[in-house]
Design a protein around this ligand. Structure first.
Ligand SMILES: Nc1ncnc2c1ncn2[C@@H]1O[C@H](COP(=O)(O)OP(=O)(O)OP(=O)(O)O)[C@@H](O)[C@H]1O
Length: 294
């Protein structure tokens, strides 16, 4: 088996660099010969992940945060020659959470190449181009993501709550046209999130029931609410309890379009495109290692 491991050493405030010897040791102990590549920046990480798939590695392993997972997903999606292994070393690790991998144990995640199972899971695909493993955010959550990405400090999990508090002060509901499997409607909302898996922002379960093997995307709409109400709902996203509020609507569709003035879409925590966004569930688009029991 030929395994290529692409590492972002700076992920998780340097945790990836720190954990790499243990991860490499685990792969060696499992008898897996691994080519380890350390990326110096995002563009090099893109080239390395694509190179592994073009070079017909059996497994592309990516080590880092959700940004690195996004690159791995995009390199491996839509083909079955090279499987993806996810080795979490970021601060959020939402793709790993959503697929049942241990989000803070990179060594245990590496062990899944030898000891887990290879499973095909769905992905979202935006505008026929970028593949998304977790959630596509539009509205308040996209603005929070935008702020969080620009914040020089703090680097860890506190970034999203702090960005949310800052955005809350200036945010007002936005106008959307939402189309679910061909049925269009116009509405004002705080946000519309489209999930292949359940969480973003480091465990905020915005689409708590999302199942990446059901052939559909979970859509969460938060209808217009006051700032104080949104402030109360935000912490309840960690448990998923916010969905009990009458302002929250949950639905599912295989194809989702989101349009509206000034809207942008963030997927897997990355800026993807300005609206209109057309997101389609692509069943079984990715082969990925998961725990045997998942
Ligand atoms: N060597 C590198 N390889 C890839 N990306 C890098 C590198 N150095 C810095 N970056 C930056 O790191 C970001 C991706 O980080 P990644 O998602 O892997 O970890 P993180 O941000 O620590 O994790 P999380 O998203 O969980 O907070 C990219 O936005 C990229 O610009």
């Amino acid at each position: 088996m030929r395994v290529t491991l692409v590492v972002n050493p700076s992920s998780g405030k340097g945790r990836a660099q720190e954990m790499l010897p243990q991860v490499a040791g685990r792969l060696r102990d499992d008898g897996i010969e691994t080519e380890i590549l350390l990326s110096r920046d995002f563009d090099e990480a893109i080239a390395m992940t694509r190179g592994a798939v073009d070079g017909e590695s059996d497994v592309l392993a990516v080590m880092g945060g959700d940004g690195m997972m996004h690159l791995g997903v995009n390199a491996c999606a839509g083909q079955d020659r090279t499987a993806l292994a996810l080795i979490p070393a970021g601060t959020g690790n939402d793709l790993c959470r959503g697929l049942g991998l241990p989000p803070f144990d990179p060594v245990a995640a590496a062990a899944l190449i030898a000891g887990g199972k290879l499973r095909r899971v769905d992905l979202g695909r935006i505008n026929g181009d970028r593949w998304i493993g977790t959630v596509t955010a539009t509205g308040f959550d996209a603005m929070v993501n935008h702020r969080a990405n620009l914040m020089p400090w703090p680097k860890g999990g506190l970034r999203y709550p702090l960005a949310a508090l800052a955005e809350l002060r200036v945010f007002s509901p936005l106008s959307f046209r939402l189309t679910l499997d061909g049925q269009a409607r116009d509405l004002d909302a705080m946000l519309i999130a489209v999930g292949n898996t359940s969480s973003y922002g480091g465990g905020m379960k915005i689409c708590p029931q999302a199942d990446p093997t059901d052939g559909r995307l979970d859509v969460t709409v938060i209808h217009p609410v006051s700032r104080s109400k949104l402030l109360r709902l935000l912490p309840q996203m960690y448990s998923g309890r916010f969905v009990r509020d009458p302002a929250v609507e949950l639905t599912r569709a295989a194809e989702v379009s989101v349009e509206g003035p000034g809207l942008v879409g963030y997927g897997d925590g990355e800026l993807i495109a300005a609206a209109p966004l057309h997101i389609r569930c692509e069943p079984g688009a990715l082969g990925v290692f998961v725990p045997s029991i998942a």
